[in-house]
Design a protein around this ligand. Structure first.
Ligand code: DGL
Length: 271
C-alpha cells in the first residue's frame, strides 16, 4: 500500500493535511503527530533531527512512499540532512519534502514592498532558514523574523480561541511592527498558527497581508506529483486517511476532529 505521509510535532500539520485533501482527495494519507514530545520549536537542532528521522522511518515502515514534513521547525532543522544523508541509504526510492520553499516562492506574487515579516517558532527563527531562502529567491527583499514561543502551547492546549490568547497574539505582532513598521507581508511560518488566524487578522488590522501555508503546500504537491510520475504511480488512490499520535488517542481525536472539521479516530504509536 503506497501512502502519502504527513508529519508534524503535533496538531499543526493537520492544517496542511486539510488543504492537501481538498486538492488531492483521491490519495491515501497517513498522518503522524508526535504530540507527546511537542513542542519541537524550543528543542535543539540535534533533537529535532533525531525525532524527525524516527517519524520518517515510522511512516516509511507503514507504507509511505512520500513524506511531507508539515512542520517548519522540522523542515528547517532536519529536512536537508534527511534528504542528503539518510534517504540514500534508508530508502533511495522514497522522498521527503518540506514546506518552507513553497512558502517562500509564493512571496513573488504576495509582497508589494518586499518587507517580509516571519512569525515562527524559536527553532525556525534561530535556524535562519527563512532569511536565507528569501534572500536566495528575492535578493532585494528585507526580512524580519520574530519567534512566538507561546503560540504553539496555546494551540496544543486548546486555548487558541480563549480570551487569554489575545495578549500573546498582540505581543508578537506588535514586536514585529515595532522592528519593521513597513512590513507588508507576514508569513505564518508554523503550521499551528492558522488556528490563531482570526485573532492574528484582528491584530494586524490590514497593515500587512498574511500568508498561511496550507494551500501553497497543496498546490506545490499537485505540481510535484505531476513532475514525478515515478513517485505518483506508487501512491494508491483509495481516498483514506489514518491518524497516528504518540499521545493519548482520545485526546488527539477530539482536537484533531476540530482541525479537520469531522469526527475521526486515531491510533497510538511509539517512536
Ligand atoms: N508546527 C510546527 C511548525 O510548523 C512546530 C511546532 C512546535 O512543535 O513547536 O513549526
Amino acid at each position: 500500500m503506497g501512502r502519502i505521509g504527513i508529519f508534524d510535532s503535533g496538531y499543526g500539520g493537520l492544517t496542511i493535511l486539510r488543504s492537501i485533501r481538498e486538492k488531492l482527495p483521491e490519495y491515501d494519507y497517513l498522518y503522524l503527530g508526535d504530540n507527546a514530545r511537542a513542542p519541537y520549536g524550543t528543542r535543539s537542532f540535534d533533537v529535532v533531527y533525531e525525532f524527525t528521522l524516527q517519524a520518517v522511518k515510522a511512516l516509511f515502515d507503514r507504507g509511505c512512499e512520500l513524506v511531507i514534513l508539515a512542520c517548519n521547525t522540522a523542515s528547517a532543522k532536519a529536512l536537508r540532512t534527511i534528504q542528503q544523508r539518510d534517504l540514500p541509504r534508508l530508502a533511495p526510492d522514497k522522498r521527503v519534502l518540506g514546506i518552507i520553499i513553497p512558502t517562500v516562492e509564493s512571496l513573488g506574487s504576495t509582497s508589494t514592498g518586499g518587507n517580509i515579516g516571519v512569525l515562527a517558532t524559536e527553532g525556525t527563527v534561530s535556524s535562519g532558514t527563512y532569511d536565507i531562502e528569501i534572500a536566495k529567491f528575492f535578493p532585494t527583499f528585507r526580512t524580519v523574523s520574530v519567534a512566538c514561543p507561546m503560540w504553539v502551547p496555546l494551540v496544543e492546549n486548546s486555548e487558541y480561541d480563549a480570551p487569554g490568547a489575545d495578549y500573546f497574539v498582540a505581543k508578537y505582532i506588535e514586536e514585529l511592527f515595532s522592528q519593521e513598521p513597513e512590513t507588508d507581508t507576514i508569513i505564518l511560518g508554523c503550521t499551528h498558527y492558522p488556528l490563531l488566524l482570526p485573532k492574528i487578522e484582528r491584530q494586524v488590522a490590514g497593515r500587512a497581508r498574511i500568508v498561511t501555508q496550507g494551500e501553497l503546500v497543496a498546490s506545490s504537491l499537485v505540481d510535484y506529483l505531476k513532475r514525478h510520475p515515478e513517485i505518483e504511480s506508487r501512491c494508491d488512490k483509495g481516498g483514506s486517511v489514518e491518524y497516528l499520535t504518540t499521545e493519548n488517542v482520545d485526546k488527539f481525536a477530539a482536537l484533531a476532529g476540530v482541525f479537520m472539521n469531522q469526527p475521526l479516530r486515531a491510533g497510538r504509536i511509539e517512536l
